[in-house]
Design a protein around this ligand. Structure first.
Ligand code: PLP
Length: 352
């Protein structure tokens, strides 16, 4: 009987991260503000040629490189950041290699590492859920081939200090260090300027969050030109479609939209932080567009209670160190009053 490779056969069954779209989706860290009106205008102006001809990724890479202040040879555009992770991991990781990361973090790292037959070296969190820098350094071995760090992290929202990240990059010249900056815009710290000094450093970005283009699927991988050159050989030439490429340029050009959205998210996460403080619930200081909060043993009832109020939030209690925790995406200013009230009511309900 036909069987896939052992690591693929051994993966758990696939479950879509989208459980429902009935209600306000505060469970996937998408942009609740939608996208720039300039993107929508560009979409409406698309011609037949825009859809009938193969896409030219290189043009988009020049635009993104210019925006990031790097050379086009250092940039690879991908079908969402997920594809960037897949390309990066496939290029450096295999059986007999180690993938090193600290829990809790983005679930795709473990999934890809397993699929490639690599050994997962996962560090257990401390109570503060911060990146355990010393522990991570202590677990580097000659077999370490990829270190993956989301900064700021998902699901905690916490950001690590740049000096600590650079210590890690410096300690493993034989391994690829991925700094996943999916939530960069909400935090402002980046390692892109450090790419010139470290040929083993990769920075990944996405247009799914602050730019509100999750449905179009555009991600970016930036690194040393030589390393990106290897990944480019292996990437599918038409991985980013023409519609996404056309919109990308408009999205980048409308930085006023991004700044306004980021400012509103920062206000919204402050409101959530104040409310949870008032309710006596533990939160972690977020640098992203979501907040992680510990509601306790009745987490499932809380999630259900929110759903009955028309709001989807993510039960994160299965993530290591996140017992009883829920992750909530920040809504728009006009949604936030309703969100805050729903949280008050749901907490009152589970407290009985
Ligand atoms: C830390 C992190 N990295 C990467 C991604 C994937 O982003 P994309 O939509 O570009 O595939 C996400 C999405 O939630 C994320 O939280």
């Amino acid at each position: 009987m036909l069987k896939p490779r052992e690591p693929i056969a051994g993966l758990g069954p696939y479950h879509s991260p989208i459980t429902s779209r009935a209600g306000l989706s505060l469970d996937l860290n998408e942009s609740m503000a939608g996208c720039s009106p300039r993107v929508l205008a560009r979409l409406r102006s698309l011609s037949a040629a825009d859809v009938s001809l193969y896409p030219q990724r290189e043009a988009g890479e020049r635009v993104v490189a210019n925006f990031l202040g790097v050379a086009p040879e250092q940039v690879l555009l991908t079908n969402g950041m997920d594809e960037a992770l897949s390309l990066l991991f496939t290029s450096y990781l295999g059986a007999g290699h180690e993938l090193l990361f600290a829990d809790p973090t983005f679930v795709m790292y473990a999934m890809l590492g397993k699929a490639l037959g690599a050994q997962l070296v996962r560090l257990q969190p401390e109570e503060d859920l911060a990146l355990p820098v010393a522990d991570l350094l202590a677990h580097i071995s000659p077999r370490t081939r990829v270190i993956a760090i989301a900064n700021p992290n998902n699901p905690t929202g916490l950001a690590a200090a740049r000096v600590d990240l650079l210590k890690i990059v410096e300690a493993v010249p034989h391994a690829a260090v991925l700094i996943d900056e999916a939530y960069f815009e909400f935090c402002g710290e980046t390692l892109i300027p450090d790419l010139t000094r470290y040929p083993n450093l990769f920075v990944a970005r996405t247009f799914s969050k602050a730019y509100g283009l999750a449905g179009l699927r555009v991600g970016v991988l930036v690194g040393a030109a030589e390393q990106i050159g290897y990944l480019r050989r292996f990437s599918l030439p038409f991985n980013v479609n023409s519609v996404a490429l056309a919109c990308l340029e408009e999205a980048l050009a409308d930085q006023a939209f991004v700044s306004e959205h980021v400012a509103q998210v920062k206000q919204g996460r402050e409101q959530l932080a104040r409310l949870f403080d008032e309710l006596g619930l533990r939160i972690w200081p977020s640098q992203t567009n979501f907040v992680l909060v510990r509601v306790g043993g009745k987490v499932k009832s809380f999630v259900e209670s929110m759903q009955r109020r028309g709001i989807l939030v993510r039960d994160s209690s299965a993530s290591p160190g996140c017992d009883g925790c829920v992750r909530i995406t920040v809504g728009t200013p006009s949604q936030m009053d309703g969100v805050l009230q729903a949280i008050r009511d749901a907490i009152a309900e589970i407290r009985g």
